[in-house]
Design a protein around this ligand. Structure first.
Ligand code: HEM
Ligand code: HEM
Length: 189
């Protein structure tokens, strides 16, 4: 029942955003659904920030349990209880955010402008990030299995692979930020 209500709320939000966006009166041939893309990019940011902060116990920590929030005046200031891991939140929000941004991307018919090129670059980076994310999760599982079975050689090999993978995943995120900066600086004109 709770899931149904949440689904309905998201659908309403989505429909509202599309309607608001279509009211914007864009000219023929230009990208639409910019508001939806902004919402999608917002979800990606929240997904990254939540994982990053909870992983380091900075400001916010995440514990498994029935949903709830506890605040206190000392570190970590906010404790969020939830039925899923922060990685699942990272994974879900970044995938949904990417889909929303891609809905805006496919409405574009001209990729020759600087904004268009940055947009095309972001679309490619987003798809690569999602693929790389799933690969990273696979490596994580392999590491956990090797640790459980006490296979130290395999563990070492996968740990090196994870370090390299993480560098790649984070480098893509930085590239995305740069392209987003260029995109927002030029499409606003
Ligand atoms: C904060 C997020 C974003 C906002 C607010 C935004 C907004 C806009 C706006 C206002 C335009 C210009 C539309 C026009 O000239 O009529 C545009 C164009 C475009 N956007 Fe975005 N966008 C965002 C993110 C993205 C992302 C993530 C992608 C790629 C996945 C993307 C791809 C494109 C493309 C390809 C164009 C066409 C360029 C052009 O018409 O010159 N945008 N965007
Ligand atoms: C637009 C999409 C994405 C962006 C911008 C993004 C960005 C990031 C960033 C910046 C980190 C480093 C966080 C930190 O250590 O502070 C990270 C970690 C990670 N991401 Fe993503 N990510 C995206 C999509 C995904 C997806 C779809 C998955 C999984 C299916 C995923 C899996 C991971 C994993 C496993 C790590 C953790 C690495 C570790 O701590 O060992 N990512 N991501």
């Amino acid at each position: 029942m709770k899931k149904l209500a949440l689904g309905l709320m998201l659908l309403l939000l989505f429909t509202g955003l599309v309607a608001a966006d279509e009211g914007g009166g864009e000219k023929e041939g230009e990208a639409e659904l910019g508001g939806l893309a902004a919402f999608g990019v917002g979800l990606v940011f929240v997904g990254v920030a939540y994982y990053s902060l909870t992983k380091r116990g900075l400001i916010i920590e995440h514990r498994r349990g029935s949903p709830g929030i506890v605040m206190r005046p000392e570190r970590a200031y906010i404790t969020v209880f939830g039925p899923v891991y922060p990685m699942t939140i990272h994974h879900s929000l970044t995938v949904v955010g990417t889909l929303l941004a891609l809905a805006h991307f496919v409405t574009c018919t001209d990729y020759s402008t600087l904004g268009g090129k940055a947009g095309l670059g972001m679309a490619i980076v987003l798809v690569l990030m999602n693929i790389s994310g799933f690969y990273g999760r696979y490596v994580h599982v392999k590491i956990e299995m090797a640790a459980r079975k006490k296979q130290s050689e395999r563990l070492k090999r996968f740990a090196v692979l994870l370090r390299r993978w993480k560098l790649f995943h984070i480098a893509l995120a930085v590239l995305f930020l740069i392209l987003l900066g260029i995109h927002l600086a030029v499409v606003g004109d």
